[in-house]
Design a binder for this molecule. Structure first.
Ligand code: SF4
Length: 130
């Protein structure tokens, strides 16, 4: 199996070295996007652990899209953002797009355009209490 990575970026990647910090979950459905995106380091993850922060429910990370090696992959696209957009609807064009740091390579934006950005803040890898 090839281990070559695609040029697309997953905006819901695990917190691990090689990923970058995409944003902070300010409230349910609200992300404060960080630009430029700081790289995730072991030191950063240690600091979260020491402070009792579960990164997956307080922060969002971005990393290489793993395509068929990801459980969310559905044939030729990311099934997660398709389901999220289907659930929350296409959004609207009233607000400017959030200033996230990965739009040029974002897998979700490539698939769903601004509907992905409208639903993006709703995604948390590990909701509190799970
Ligand atoms: S879906 Fe939109 S807001 Fe979310 S990471 Fe991708 S480009 Fe940024």
């Amino acid at each position: 199996m090839s281990t070559q990575k695609t040029a697309f970026t997953c905006p819901s990647a695990p917190p691990e070295p090689g990923s970058v910090l995409l944003g902070v979950v300010a409230a349910p459905g609200q992300i404060v996007y960080i630009t430029p995106n700081p790289p995730v380091s072991s030191e950063m993850l240690d600091t979260f652990q020491k402070n009792g922060i579960v990164p997956e429910n307080r922060l969002r990370f971005a990393g290489p899209c793993m395509e068929h090696r990801c459980m969310q992959w559905a044939g030729s696209r990311c099934g997660l953002i398709d389901r999220v957009v289907e659930h929350f609807g296409p959004g609207g064009d009233r607000d400017p797009l959030p200033k996230c740091g990965i739009r040029n390579t974002c897998r979700w934006f490539a698939q769903q355009g601004r509907a992905a950005c409208d639903s993006c803040p709703e995604v948390i890898r590990k909701p509190a209490g799970t």
